[in-house]
Design a protein around this ligand. Structure first.
Ligand code: ADP
Ligand code: ZN
Length: 636
């Protein structure tokens, strides 16, 4: 059933065409030798019409047997980069994946698409394992998912693979190999040995982790040979970022939930106690919510995780233990009830929203105290070092910044951001409130910096402005300054926020490591003399519950009727999923149902042109959805 074009490459380690040596120079837009083949697979198997950015180059590398390192953000479409070439090559590819639960979900999903995929791990019964091995021997299998432990320890398996021949090895979540990543797994370190066992086979590493250091670790640990390195844009344009200072938290949370009725979301908390109390409160209010943290029995945890994947639950209230391996692509919001310890963590955790590419919302609700708490915790764990301090300060900067959040994150990860207005953050949506007497407020703060002789950091300056005679303030005699207590009606978090804004706007600068002090800049001097304009922003004004959040799937429909039909189609999906024992997203993603609701296909042919409807799914599920569309009645 697969095109035979690459059949001749089978068995040999050499690539079928080209050396791959010219790959980096090849322009992304020119049609390569494999394009027609790959596009056919994309359309036939998944119902997609084109490559996502970098997918084409990544797939070519796999077919050309050129080692590669592919860095794409969550939702960027990494899986297809190894799945499509395996199918197109008509040979077996090995996929090393760290999580058993994720493995099963991916394989289930591929099978529903009609792809011959299997996995080998400790959960299989002997009979199942034999069946998988037989499918490898008979060359029926295209994608074999294995855990790192398995491929490293199972000599018999490796010998079998050497005999039958494999097309390439893909290493998913490759950052697990690096101690600089956020999820180090020692087993990954042994994967470099595969080079000796499969000398002619190319290795392709995939990760969403952005840092240079992790990238270097991956390349050297896996012993990649002149890899093609592909790094995608880290911007996630479909995510709307908002930051709120923590006020009446339950009201703030309630507003978010009201914007996402019956939609999936994750609420991250910093403690188990908070998880329990928030989950209980939400349940009492009638939300379909459940707690998730490391202190719950395994059985309860996996039950809640599954209920979330199966769409029996809308909201999971969790510690950060929840998330690795969550493949629910229609998460419409991720709310942090407290600042994480670094922008890396924030990016990782908030990035679980909107993997289907539809609008989703990331809300950070923080208070200044979060940072002190992190410091204490890291100190207690012996992890309070320079990098931890820097990362935490970077996080505080992100939280209190008054600039485009997309830009802030993209630039933080070392990339350029070209748009002046993202249209998808609290800053660009103009949800921040300007302080009426900004210049006067700014002058008070700047003059306090001058009074402490530009020798103190922002906590100290904040204490002085608040009128807190702490030990340090008293020792320096700063409790007798004219600026002592000048802003006693403000909160510490608010003052710190203003200071951050003044730094970002260039009126103040931070100098010195590791304890930077605030200094006056030339424009700061001009400001003091009354010769500069300045606008400061206070507490973020949350969008009202009724206002369109532009991140609810309902807001993306033009008409209410389409939205109603969408709900009907979701019901059909749930029924099919339950009958097959798979999570609903394995049947169709929301993106597909949404397009069906709007286009209302009448025939199987119409259906095949809908995004995400491959040949196998159209054959298996087409009638159920076409029937539902045909019998759907518009309300009068
Ligand atoms: P990642 O592993 O990088 O987080 P996935 O491989 O899970 O991303 O892909 C994210 C989503 O994008 C999935 O729903 C996937 O089906 C979809 N997708 C991937 N490639 C394409 C494409 N070429 N066209 C349309 N949708 C795609
Ligand atoms: Zn913006």
């Amino acid at each position: 059933m697969y095109p035979p074009a690459l059949r001749q490459a089978q068995g040999g380690p050499e690539p079928s065409r080209g050396t791959g040596a010219d790959t980096p120079a090849r322009a992304g837009a020119t049609a390569g030798p494999y394009d027609a083949l790959l596009l056919d697979v994309l359309h036939r198997v998944w119902g997609f019409s084109d490559f996502r950015p970098l997918q084409r180059d990544a797939m070519h590398a796999a077919l050309d047997a050129r080692d590669s390192l592919v860095v794409l953000p969550t939702g960027g479409g990494k899986s297809l980069c190894f799945q499509a070439p395996a199918i197109a090559s008509n040979q077996l590819a090995i996929v090393v994946s760290p999580l058993i639960s994720l493995m099963k979900d991916q394989v289930d999903g591929l099978r529903v698409d009609g792809v011959a995929a299997s996995y080998l791990n400790s959960t299989l019964l002997p009979g199942q394992r034999d069946e998988v091995l037989a499918s490898i021997r008979d060359e029926r299998c295209r994608l074999l998912y294995v855990s790192p432990e398995r491929i490293v320890a199972d000599g018999a398996l490796r010998r079998l693979l050497q005999q039958t021949g494999i097309r390439f090895i893909a290493i998913d979540e490759a950052h697990c190999i690096s101690q600089w990543g956020h999820d180090f797994r020692p087993e990954y370190r042994q994967l470099g040995a595969l080079r000796d066992e499969f000398p002619g086979v190319s290795v392709h590493a995939f990760t969403a982790t952005a840092t240079e250091r992790v990238r270097r670790d991956i390349a050297s640990e896996l012993r990649l040979r002149d890899p093609l390195v592909l790094v995608g844009s880290f911007d996630r344009p479909n995510l709307i970022y908002r930051v709120l200072r923590r006020g009446d938290f339950h009201k703030q949370l309630g507003d978010v939930l009201a914007r996402h009725e019956h939609e999936a979301g994750i609420v991250y908390c910093s403690s188990r106690r908070e998880v329990e109390s928030i989950a209980a409160k939400l349940q009492a209010e009638g939300h379909r919510a459940a707690p998730y943290h490391a202190g719950l029995p395994d059985e309860v945890r996996s039950r809640h995780q599954e209920a979330f994947l199966d769409e029996q639950i809308d909201v999971v209230v969790a510690t950060v233990a929840f998330g690795m391996g969550i493949d629910r692509s229609n998460v419409r919001f991720v709310l942090h009830a407290g600042a994480p310890r670094s922008p890396e963590h924030y990016q990782q955790e908030s990035g679980r929203a909107g993997r289907d590419g539809l609008p989703a919302e990331c809300i950070l609700i923080y208070s200044g105290a979060d940072f002190g708490r992190w410091r204490q915790m890291l100190e207690a764990n012996g992890e309070w070092n320079e990098s931890a301090r820097t990362l935490l300060r970077d996080m505080e900067r992100y939280a209190s910044a008054t600039r485009c959040r997309h830009r802030a994150l993209v630039e933080y990860f070392g990339q350029r951001y070209d748009r002046a207005d993202c249209g998808a953050c609290d800053w660009c949506l103009k949800e921040l409130d300007a302080v009426p007497d900004s210049v006067v407020l700014a002058q008070k703060i700047v003059s306090c910096v001058v009074r402490v002789k530009q020798t103190r950091g922002s906590s100290h300056v904040t204490d002085v402005l608040l009128g807190r005679a702490t030990e340090k303030v008293a020792a320096a005699g700063h409790d007798s300054l004219s600026t002592f207590g000048l802003l006693r009606d403000e909160s510490a978090a608010a003052i710190r926020g203003y200071i951050e804004q003044l730094v970002v706007a260039g009126f103040l600068s931070r100098e010195g490591e590791p304890y930077p002090v605030l200094r006056l800049t030339a424009t700061g001097t001009t400001l003091l003399r009354g010769g500069a304009a300045c606008v400061l922003y206070r507490e973020v004004r949350p969008p009202s519950a009724r206002a369109r959040s532009r991140s609810s799937i309902r807001d993306t429909f033009v008409s209410r009727i389409d939205s109603d039909l969408f709900d009907v189609l979701r019901g059909v999906r749930l029924r099919l999923a339950q009958a097959r024992g798979v999570p609903p997203y394995v049947i169709f993603h929301d993106t597909t149902l949404r397009e069906m609701a709007m286009r209302r296909p009448k025939t199987v042919d119409d259906l095949r042109s809908v995004y995400g409807v491959g040949a196998k799914k159209a054959a298996d599920f087409g009638d159920a959805f076409l029937d539902a569309i045909r019998t759907f009645r518009k309300p009068d």
